[in-house]
Ligand binder design. Structure first.
Ligand code: ASP
Length: 448
């Protein structure tokens, strides 16, 4: 169906799915408490309506939707990176792109964590909370810095792809792309082949995006039918503070950077990020959202292929500003709850480790909380403190993931502009990319 045949745009449809799913989930939670569940027996088997609906239908459909998104990530990153690097005419450009991306990603994360620490120190979350002694949290071991670096290099690229190890896939694809660029005609023939695969994969992305309103609906309904609101009461200050800093960072830091480096209007960026942010919010995974982030950057923001295919997979793996914000506020919260005074050098250590932890955090749900253990250990805070905030982390994870990918796209725009690879007319055109986003799922048009 073309855009005009739909009453609402895809963004609006996804938003409707999000709100409707949330409402249905909250309603189910209210209706189906233990006494409200409708149980019935067929052929001696006892069934619960709640289980059929939530654990059966919503959960299954939701998992299929997430699996379909994740299915695209490895082929998309691999193929688009090969296309991007093999098209680089000057070899020095790759080094430049790498240095700019990594530099900007680290810079934005350091700003994020500093903002989080400053506001948390000002507001003092956890001051009024006394610890309950029965909290336990067994920390999974956070990896050391050297193992994070060594692990970036694949010994077996097929294994890296099978395991979805993004950094290893990125390194292999970049090397392969560079070799192709150096191979003349043979390299060009293979590059053309990969270009075609890339076009087909991007079409698959749009097909799955068109199913998103339903996917988003079932995921939200499932989440909100089982979420524990009781936890929120004791943790309101922590929760609201993390949310507040996330919004501040997104609005202030990203706007200021975009304006300063490119002169572009940040409001347009935020408007165009809506689809991708809704995906990130629903899936809590930068990695699963990557296909949509790439589509947004290319078709709506006008970021050139060689920049988007390099900076975005890298960003979804190493750039986690939202995660660093949660870690900063959580560190101050846990220190306050346990009555530990941190010195200035401890805070500097938090900035350093949270920035590194953000590089080591995989773009999947909840990993930021595991990496928080590394930050807490570094400043001798009790890792069990994580148990205090785990109950409200899912909601914060959703929001910080949306911030993480907005940061990736902001940096992509800045780098594209500096490389003369930003199509500003496309960036400023509010309708750019909308046609490509809509696919006719009922009729196949040979030319589309
Ligand atoms: N869920 C986050 C992401 O994918 C990572 C985290 O903070 O847990 O970006």
């Amino acid at each position: 169906m073309s855009q005009s045949e739909h009453k609402y745009s895809l963004t609006t449809r996804i938003f409707i799915g999000l709100v409707a799913g949330t409402l249905v989930g909250v309603l189910l939670q209210l209706l189906f408490d233990d006494s409200g569940d409708l149980r019935f027996t067929i052929f001696g088997y006892s069934f619960s309506t709640y289980n059929i609906l939530v654990e059966g239908i919503f959960s299954t459909l939701g998992q299929i939707f997430i699996a379909s998104l994740k299915m695209l990530v490895v082929p998309l990153v691999f193929v688009s990176l090969i296309c991007g690097t093999s098209s680089l005419t000057e070899p020095s450009k790759l080094g430049r792109l790498g240095a700019k991306s990594i530099g900007l990603y680290i810079f934005t994360t350091a700003v994020a964590i500093s903002l989080a620490l400053s506001l948390a120190l000002l507001i003092g979350p956890g001051d009024a909370v006394s610890i309950s002694t029965d909290v336990t949290y067994t920390a999974k071991e956070a990896p050391s810095l050297s193992s994070v670096i060594v692990d970036m290099f694949p010994t077996n690229p097929i294994n890296a792809m099978a395991q979805g190890n993004m950094l290893q896939i990125i390194i292999f694809a970049v090397l392969l792309g560079v070799a192709m660029a150096m191979c003349g005609d043979a390299g060009k023939r293979i590059a053309n082949f990969f270009e075609d695969i890339n076009t087909v994969i991007m079409k698959l992305v749009t097909i799955i995006m068109n199913l998103a309103p339903y996917g988003v609906f079932v995921l939200m309904a499932k989440l909100f039918s089982s979420i524990g609101w009781e936890m929120l009461e004791g943790l309101t200050v922590y929760f609201l503070l993390v949310l507040g800093v996330l919004f501040l960072h997104a609005i202030l830091t990203y706007s200021a950077m975009l304006k300063a480096f490119t002169g572009l209007n940040p409001i347009i960026l935020f408007r165009k990020m809506r689809d991708a942010a809704q995906f990130a919010f629903t899936t809590s995974s930068s990695s699963a959202t990557l296909p949509v982030t790439m589509e947004t950057a290319r078709n709506k923001l006008g970021v050139g292929k060689s920049v988007s295919s390099f900076t975005l997979p890298l960003g979804s793996t190493i750039n986690m500003d939202g995660t660093a914000i949660m870690q900063g506020v959580a560190t101050v919260f846990i220190a306050n709850v346990y009555g530990v005074d941190l010195a200035l050098q401890d805070y500097l250590m938090v900035v350093l480790t949270a920035t590194l932890a953000s590089i080591g955090t995989a773009g999947v749900p909840g990993v930021g909380l595991i990496m928080l253990a590394m930050v807490l250990q570094q400043v001798n805070l009790p890792v069990e403190g994580i148990a205090l905030i785990i109950g409200v982390d899912r909601l914060l994870d959703m929001t910080r993931t949306a911030v993480n990918i907005t940061g990736d796209c902001t940096v992509a725009c800045i780098i594209a502009k500096s490389e003369n690879e930003l199509d500003e007319a496309k960036f400023n055109d509010l309708n750019a990319g909308l046609e490509e986003e809509e696919v006719d799922l009922e009729h196949f048009d040979k030319n589309s």
